[in-house]
Ligand binder design. Structure first.
Ligand code: ATP
Ligand code: MG
Length: 553
């Protein structure tokens, strides 16, 4: 996989030359989400691109809700989108709603009618589809195409006044039914919908179609560069036609780029909403979701998401980015930020039989072996500890260097311990390991007498804090872009494992959204929804190791 770490891209080149040759003095971009779901990491790519481009050229960026579809939109989504954009670190210069322009759009539609560039059509939706033709065959003109201006004005007003039912009539642009571009074959620009709108209530029962509304919204706001994803490339001639024929003062330029796709990830709001509605996940902010809210709850930082978006670059070729690349950026960010701690996720009791009963030592453990400035912390140590179940084996294979009968290991930051015995319950499960420690081997005393091959982590059995750990795997199993197979059939049945273990006492003041690097386990975030004072819940953000290498150029 190739990743360009470069701040230059083809859109920036266009903007640079537009400024240099005087086409624009100041640029204005916009991020135009439809409030029909929560934002996802694909939107983050668009947000970073639009806001950073404007910042770089000292321009402005608007946050505009593209709320022209009354049935799917919701104020919950509006609020979540605002929160997510701000969390990513961006502040819009203006906050707009496309629905605020309904009056203006209506006037422009009347202008088109008066110019004989739009007409009211009575064909049914099926008929309109048939008349449209195909890629190979031209379309057929609607029998209503040559209505007089007066009749069109009257009918359009009646549409607006609610005299017709949904679907009974539409307003269409009069362009060219024989155009090679199907989008230009008299596209629908207004439809009837007797639905309540989250912003305008029941003021309107006709709503502008996206292809009509979007260019007008951009032009009204004086957007200079209207950046969108590649699927709108074929709509660009229509975009330009609307701006021109509606006689807008300002002429925005539409520029398309490739949308972000990530391996093992579904990215459309429609699909993400299905996961929420079908209760496959615990809401839009489930830590397995690629939503901004999900990534935040998982423990991703805005810095990591922004750095990822910058690194993937902006191009016109569609591609799929390895999910490991996103993980790379959170590891990179948290490596310097996250305090270190020890935690045992699957506890097994370890008793040090020659350690004095009742005694507790506070051991000084370095926070970050790679960073002297990270300091040290005190960790309680006594006769009874917990270690990971998988750090002991009764019959180990070759090259297993952790605990087994007769073997000696280092307890991280403590002493060497040697296993002498173990206890099994009636079912054959190992319940307790008995070891002896060697006081000479205390960590930090410079002991060189002998070496051990394994170092394992531990927590004190009495003086530690119970915690729940949630370990995540990709939500979507297969990365086959087999469109035939419904993505709900590709859900990973074990995308979350819940473990009950213990963390060291240094985490007693852990607050929601605090992040830690747990020795040998990875980076964890204190879950903002379920973690409570007496019930610590930790989401694993990412494990420590990665096979992923970012090629820096
Ligand atoms: P979805 O299919 O997920 O609903 P959308 O494009 O319909 O996405 P909008 O709310 O209309 O969602 O998108 C707002 C902006 O975000 C648009 O400019 C769109 O081009 C951009 N965007 C959406 N998805 C991606 C993506 N995967 N990569 C880059 N930009 C995206
Ligand atoms: Mg959409």
């Amino acid at each position: 996989m190739s990743t360009e770490i470069t701040s230059s891209n083809f859109i920036k080149n266009i903007v640079t030359s537009d400024i240099e040759n005087g086409k624009h003095k100041k640029i204005i971009t916009r991020f135009p989400p439809e409030p029909n779901g929560y934002l996802h990491i694909g939107h983050a790519k668009s947000i970073v691109l639009n806001f950073e481009l404007a910042d770089e050229f000292k321009g402005n960026t608007n946050l505009r809700f593209d709320d022209t579809n009354p049935t799917k939109e919701d104020t919950e989504y509006v609020e979540s989108i605002k929160e997510d954009v701000q969390w990513l670190g961006f502040n819009w210069d203006n906050l707009y709603f496309a629905s605020d322009y309904f009056e203006e759009m209506y006037k422009r539609a009347i202008l088109l009618i008066k110019k004989e560039k739009a007409y009211v059509c009575d064909l049914t939706p099926e008929e309109i589809r048939t008349y449209r033709g195909t890629l190979k065959e031209p379309g057929t003109e609607s029998p209503y195409r040559n209505r007089s201006v007066e009749e069109n004005l009257q009918l359009f007003e009646k549409m607006k006044n609610g005299d017709f039912k949904d679907g009974e009539k539409v307003l269409r642009a009069k362009i060219d039914m024989k155009s090679a571009n199907i989008n230009m074959r008299d596209p629908i620009i207004y439809r009837i919908s007797h639905a309540e709108h989250h912003n305008t209530g029941t003021n309107w029962c006709i709503y502008p179609m996206y292809d009509f509304a979007h260019p007008l919204e951009d032009a009204i706001e004086g957007i200079t560069h209207s950046i969108c994803t590649l699927e709108f490339e074929d709509h660009r001639p229509l975009y330009d036609w609307i701006v021109r024929e509606c006689e807008m003062e300002s002429t925005p330029q539409q520029i398309e780029f490739a949308r972000l796709n990530i391996t093992n990830t579904v990215m459309s709001k429609r699909k993400l909403k299905l996961l929420v509605d079908e209760k496959v996940v615990d809401g839009w902010d489930d830590p397995r979701m690629p939503t901004i809210a999900g990534l935040r709850r998982r423990g991703y930082t805005p810095e990591a998401v922004r750095n990822f978006c910058r690194a993937i670059g902006v191009a016109r070729a569609n591609s799929v980015v390895d999910a490991a690349m996103l993980e790379h950026f959170i590891r990179e960010d948290l490596n310097t930020k996250a305090p270190r701690a020890m935690a045992v996720l699957k506890p097994l009791k370890l008793v040090i039989t020659n350690y004095p009963e009742g005694e507790v030592e506070m051991l000084e453990i370095e926070n970050n072996p790679d960073d002297e400035n990270a300091g040290k912390r005190l960790v309680p140590f006594s006769r009874e500890l917990y270690i990971e179940q998988e750090d002991f084996m009764e019959n180990p294979p070759k090259k297993y260097f952790r605990l087994f009968p007769g073997n000696e290991v280092r307890l991280k930051g403590a002493y060497f311990v040697k296993c002498n015995n173990f206890i099994k319950d009636d079912n054959g499960n190992i319940t307790e390991i008995h070891c002896t420690y060697d006081p000479e081997t205390k960590s930090g005393t410079g002991f060189t007498g002998r070496k051990v091959k394994g170092t394992i982590h531990w927590v004190d059995a009495k003086d530690s804090i119970p915690a729940e750990f949630r370990i995540y795997e990709p939500l979507i199993l297969d990365n086959d872009t087999d469109e035939e197979k419904h993505f709900l059939e590709q859900i990973n049945p074990s995308s979350m494992e819940v473990l009950k273990g213990f963390v060291e006492t240094n985490m007693k003041n852990a607050k929601i959204q605090d992040k830690y690097q747990l020795f040998r386990h990875g980076y964890f975030n204190v879950d903002p929804k379920d973690s409570k004072d007496n019930n610590l819940v930790l989401n694993r953000i990412v494990s420590l190791k990665s096979s992923f290498k970012l090629d820096k150029k």
